[in-house]
Ligand binder design. Structure first.
Ligand code: PLP
Length: 388
């Protein structure tokens, strides 16, 4: 029989918090009005959407009219990048068609940039160092007169390294390029203030912060013009489609809770220290990512002489949910593009494990992991390399 589950993969997705579900339920039952309808039922839904917009804006330090609801983090990324790139292309009559990004972006961004490249745009990729950091000087060197946008993630979804966003946005401003950051992994985990960060566009996703899957938001600084992906009059003509009221309410509540609890990250840090101390006692293990400039909720390790995917399966047998890489490519034994870009040796990169905690994580979860991990690593290392 499977042991009681231990969930340590909060960077992949998070449980919906009871308070979030409670807030959503009325909008899945009697309060089903379309927020664009003029009668009372519609107007009550409109009020709920606007209340959620204020809650999201508060988490990000934004004004309410700078928040656009989307269907997910991926859509926020695409709406920001493609929206800004198309707009600049059209306004400059084709003169501005260059985008700068980094080598460690999420597939939502990488995939889109590949599509844009096939459609007459050019894309430059800034490298990262061994800790996963992008250098502002390297980004600056890639910007040219045709650059409309620079998009560099805030915190990496695999190793958690946090980028120097303030420096990056400042140099973009000086060079006349817009700056977008994918903050899907950092929102709710570390303080975020769009004005302090100096960004023009910023993406977040509901299911990484204890709201449901299938809801996201985009911060678009007042005055930024984006070519919309979905045309329609909703969201002030910035994103068509009838608003997903219940999920928007859930995202708002999750942001409100995250803002209140940001100060709890010191407790997560304590747990993370315990986790790291325990894991790094295993011979042939190492920590990936920046030692300090890193998300507080997790750690990413490599183990010599084993396959991370098999390690995930071995821990799954013990009821422990962790991952060997990003959720969208788990199941693959190929080294991740992030670790490759960081110059991690391919053998070590293949033997990777990402452990990420969240609101529901406890000391007992870490104790269970630390009990199960060393024998699992030991057992897998005994399998001859050719049969792994
Ligand atoms: N960006 C980052 C950094 C992510 O980690 C993810 C999800 O894993 C996304 C974007 C995509 O978000 P969503 O799953 O809401 O589309």
């Amino acid at each position: 029989m499977r042991k009681s589950p231990v969930y340590l993969d909060h960077n992949a997705s998070t449980p919906v918090r009871p308070e979030v579900l409670e807030a959503m339920l009325p909008y899945l039952k009697g309060e089903f009005g379309n927020p664009n309808s003029v009668y009372f039922l519609g107007q009550r839904a409109r009020k709920a959407v606007e209340n959620a917009r204020a809650q999201v804006a508060a988490l990000l330090g934004a004004a309410e009219d700078e928040i656009v609801f989307t269907s997910c983090g991926s859509e926020s990324d695409v709406a920001a990048i493609a929206g800004a790139a198309w707009q600049a292309h059209d306004e400059s009559r084709g003169a501005k068609k260059h985008i700068v990004s980094s080598a460690i972006e999420h597939d939502a961004v990488r995939g889109l940039l590949g599509e844009l490249k096939r459609r007459d745009f050019s894309v430059s990729e800034a490298p990262v160092d061994g800790l996963g950091l992008v250098s502002p000087a390297a980004v600056e060197a890639l910007i040219n007169g045709g650059t409309s946008l620079v998009s560099i993630m805030h915190a990496n979804n695999e190793v958690g390294t946090i980028q120097p966003i303030e420096a990056l946005s400042a140099l973009c401003r000086a060079r006349g390029a817009l700056f977008h950051t994918d903050a899907v992994q950092s929102a709710g985990k570390i303080p975020l203030d769009v004005k302090k960060l100096g960004v023009d566009l910023l993406s977040i996703s509901g299911h990484k912060i204890n709201a449901p899957k299938g809801i996201g938001a985009l911060y678009a600084r007042r005055g930024i013009r984006l070519s919309p992906l979905i045309t329609g009059h909703q969201e002030k003509n910035r994103r068509g489609g009838t608003e997903n009221v219940a999920s928007i309410v859930g995202l708002g509540k999750a942001c409100e809770l995250a803002l209140k609890e940001l100060s709890h990250s010191s407790e997560l840090l304590k747990l993370r220290n315990k986790l790291e101390e325990g894991v790094l006692r295993i011979p042939g293990s190492r920590l990936n990512g920046h030692p300090t400039q890193r998300l507080p909720n997790g750690a990413h390790f490599s183990f010599q002489g084993l396959d991370g995917h098999q390690l995930v399966i071995a821990l799954d047998m013990e009821g422990i949910c962790v991952s060997s890489g990003p959720a969208c490519s788990s199941g693959s034994s190929l080294p991740s593009h992030v670790l490759t870009a960081m110059g991690v040796d391919p053998e070590l990169a293949t033997g990777s494990l990402r452990i990420s905690m969240g609101w529901s994580s406890t000391e007992a979860d870490i104790a269970r992991l630390l009990e199960a991990l060393p024998p699992a690593v030991d057992k897998l290392r005994r399998i001859p390399a050719g049969s792994r």
